[in-house]
Design a protein around this ligand. Sequence first.
Ligand code: HEC
Ligand code: HEC
Length: 463
Amino acid sequence: MLGFTNIGHAVATASLCLTVVCAAEAAADHPGGATTLPAGRRPGIDEPFANLSLDERFLLAPGRAFFRDPWVPAPATTTARDGLGPLFNAHACVSCHPGGGRGKLDDDGAPSVALLLRLGRAAGDGIVEPDPVYGDQLQTRGLARSAPGAVAEGAVDVTWASERGAFADGTSFALRRPDWRVADPAYGALDPATRPSARLAPSVRGTGLLEAIPAAALLAREDVDDRDGDGISGRASRVLGDDGRVDVGRFGWKALQPTLRLQVAAALRNDLGITSPPRPTQPCTPAETACLASPSGADPPGGVEIPEHLLARLTQFTATLAVAARPRAGAEGMDSGEELFVRARCDACHVPSWETGAGPEPAAAGHRIRPYTDLLLHDMGPGLADAVGEGDATAAEWRTPALWGLGRAVRDPRRTSLLHDGRARDVTEAILWHGGEAQSSRDAFARMSADERSALLRFLESL
Ligand code: HEC
Ligand code: HEC
């Protein structure tokens, strides 16, 4: 069924890079092609794409400072980095994306700063509205410790329930199911219909390459009505783009944001309380009067707190954060793990390889990359579903996350937090939570022998 698409793709490949370069870049141990960090280098916010010149690296310094350094409330002696709040979740991008990587829950699943609660209430006909008082995200910090300033909206609370199950070979496993709640609401009760959706910060590394996958290539993989009858459909999230036209959503667990520029502007506004040209208003609702009356860090007054040219620096810095080489890509047994990945049809959604085209970041163009995602929305079943949807995505739909960097994400077993809300404590649990379109993949995994399961995990943890 995908035959024609593949032919089109191969032609596009040939036109984008010289055959020799492409062959070298297709190497499995260089998931980001020529942008990949050499083996032995740890990815972090000081490690941009390997294919940047020294001059280009030098120009990333202001963007790095905006990503790393804490923002401060206005007015302040610094006018470039003031404007934090009045309502916010953290002081800097790195608070939630440490080193540009993914956030984790605290010990025993306690909520950390990197976990956000999005808020929505079903308003009929599939429409989801923000909470009338708290808006569409719970801001857990406010500049004022007590009224009359803007006080924090509330805190995140969770209780975990344990569920047991068994593999086909009799080995038992336990999963933990979260119940996320808003604690200590400071502005009165939430609307009775409002429901939270918990989101843990994903890694930012490699997102510039994901942005450069041509939209047409993503759309060619859609199978909305499952016409090939394999149980896996996949649907592009359709959202409003930078220019007001409909674009393919790619970023966030629900693929709500079509470009890194808009994703960064949304993070600045919702997570830090910084206004920018695409998001010029604070996340204050009419009920939050102290928030509305708070001083702004805009310079000149009446404008936004970060102007377009500095937003562009932060976006470019984000877009050039590199993914790491896979030192153990060729290790013994890796092939059998990869075969099992394909046999269980994991690759139907975690699509191994793409060719990047021209995007906003020139250094991201023309690479053969191996992110293991299709960036499409999939119905993952009731086990992973929220109570309400967001944007174009239903409550049960999630965007396939990239799997590059997975090995690094599970290196510290005490703090491993996979899936959109960090509920999975290791890769096995993450797979066992798969349902809906991925039910038969999950069942294939549960039927594998212990040796096969560990071969598959070895492969996944080498990514
Ligand atoms: C309070 C924690 C927090 C802060 C601070 C934060 N983020 Fe995020 N970030 C998140 C979460 C949670 C998501 C997923 C959002 C969703 O699914 O809706 C995310 C998603 C992203 C993504 C998309 C990644 C992907 O794979 O889809 C990028 C890029 C990003 N953030 C960049 C930034 C930048 C740049 C900043 C600083 C301006 C920032 N973030 C600040 C928590 C945070
Ligand atoms: C129908 C599409 C689909 C199939 C098939 C599928 N996945 Fe996934 N996978 C997803 C989606 C969507 C998520 C995110 C779900 C969430 O966070 O709620 C995910 C999450 C994951 C994660 C956690 C990633 C992270 O960053 O937290 C791992 C690991 C994973 N999948 C591995 C696998 C493996 C292994 C298989 C095959 C046995 C598989 N998946 C099959 C769509 C799929």
